[in-house]
Design a protein around this ligand. Structure first.
Ligand SMILES: [Mg+2]
Length: 382
């Protein structure tokens, strides 16, 4: 079998889909995107695909190494997201060729379902108590929310109190045993992260996420000493080499590699397996589209330490176009009692509605995250 061509579709709300074609008529889909830089990743995909036309799609490890190593410069969100989407499409082709779900080709499933969580509260969390209650009523057993709005490197106890108030409202609304993930979103720096982690402990969160930016991961040492809340991070880390120091340091409890940002199925399976040897859990990051989610579920199926999956249904970014709009069999992502079944169709296990993809790619998008500033005019982390 040979790769004969590819097409890219930039579709709302903020996604990029890749279709790879073969001479045997089998096609594979991938989702190579970094939020806010879809066109840049598309350019990287075009450059990488030059090396793949005419090649056998089955040699995924070789293609991965060619894309990663042979360009001399490597890593980072753009290149690793481009590799990720191509890798997903190659696995989709392989699964369809062998008439098996990808998880069968990765060693077989070690679970039938995985727990999922729902986002509440948006960028600037408000009315989160009501939103949490609605999520629980619709069947979720875990939610995730932003912990704070902008927070300066040293900020006020007023903002700490506001964060406490919001999380108290959620805990109050959902009772003692619903999982609450609190995303600091890299908005918080070490001094305030220590305070928040300590103060929020009383609400027994499932985890705090990106308590500091991953470029400041050495700060996790002090934060871990300030709290017993599990610490999650990793959506802005892109390879085994980015993760290895984190594992050696030993202060992380949950890693969150993104299947569309960190080299795809091939790389994330390896990152999560590395984590397993350090007794670290995995909760893959996925506020993205249906192809990215399908890729996550295929890997979750085969990783013993995966315990929950992020998914974007109804997320604040998806207004106008949501997770299920682009797929034919919508019930493949049916959430029941807080869990989703691992899709067992061939390849990634979903069928794209290509007509809808084409139609919406003519609409396209130019999604960018907002630029936030502090009161003093300096740039704030979003
Ligand atoms: Mg996050």
């Amino acid at each position: 079998m040979k790769i004969t061509g590819y097409e890219l579709f930039q579709v709302p709300p903020r996604w990029l889909f890749l279709k790879i074609m073969t001479d045997e008529g089998i096609i594979g889909w991938g989702e190579p995107v970094i939020e806010g830089k879809a066109a840049t990743v598309a350019a990287a995909v075009k450059e990488l695909m030059e090396g793949l036309i005419g090649k056998d799609p089955h040699r995924i490890e070789d293609h991965w190494n060619m894309m990663y190593r042979s360009g001399f410069y490597r890593g980072g969100p753009i290149l690793m997201s481009a590799i990720a989407g191509i890798d997903q499409a190659l696995w989709d082709i392989k699964g369809k060729y062998f008439e098996a779900p990808v998880y069968e080709l990765l060693g077989g499933a070690c679970r039938d379902l995985i727990r999922v969580y729902s986002w509440i509260g948006g960028d600037r969390p408000a009315d989160v108590g009501i939103a949490a209650q609605e999520a629980v009523e619709s069947g979720f057993t875990a939610v995730k929310m932003n912990g704070t709005e902008e927070l300066q490197i040293i900020d006020s106890y007023e903002k700490v109190d506001q964060a406490i108030e919001r999380i108290a409202a959620v805990r109050e609304a959902v009772g003692p045993y619903i999982g609450i993930g609190i995303d600091f979103h890299g908005r918080v720096h070490k001094p305030m992260a220590k305070i928040l982690a300590k103060e929020l402990e009383v609400f027994r969160p499932m985890f705090i996420e990106e308590p500091v930016l991953s470029e400041n991961n050495e700060a996790l040492r002090e934060i871990a000493q300030a709290t017993s809340i599990p610490i999650a991070t990793g959506e802005r880390m892109y390879s085994r080499w980015d993760y290895k120091q984190l594992f050696n340091d030993g202060y992380v409890d949950i890693i969150q590699p993104d299947l569309s940002h960190a080299g795809g199925i091939t790389e994330c399976k390896k990152i999560i397996s590395m984590a397993e040897a350090y007794d670290v859990a995995a909760a893959p990051h996925c506020p993205l589209g249906p192809i990215a989610l399908a890729a996550c579920l295929q890997v979750d199926a085969t990783c013993h330490n995966a315990f929950i999956q992020e998914q974007s249904l109804g997320i604040h970014y998806n207004e106008g176009s949501d997770l299920l709009d682009y797929i034919v069999e919508k019930n493949v992502f049916e959430y029941k009692d807080g869990y989703v079944k691992i899709p067992n169709g061939h390849g990634l296990g979903i069928e794209l509605d290509e007509e809808h993809v084409r139609k919406l790619s003519s609409v396209g998008h130019n999604w960018k995250n907002p630029v936030w500033r502090h009161k003093d005019g300096s740039i704030a982390e979003w």
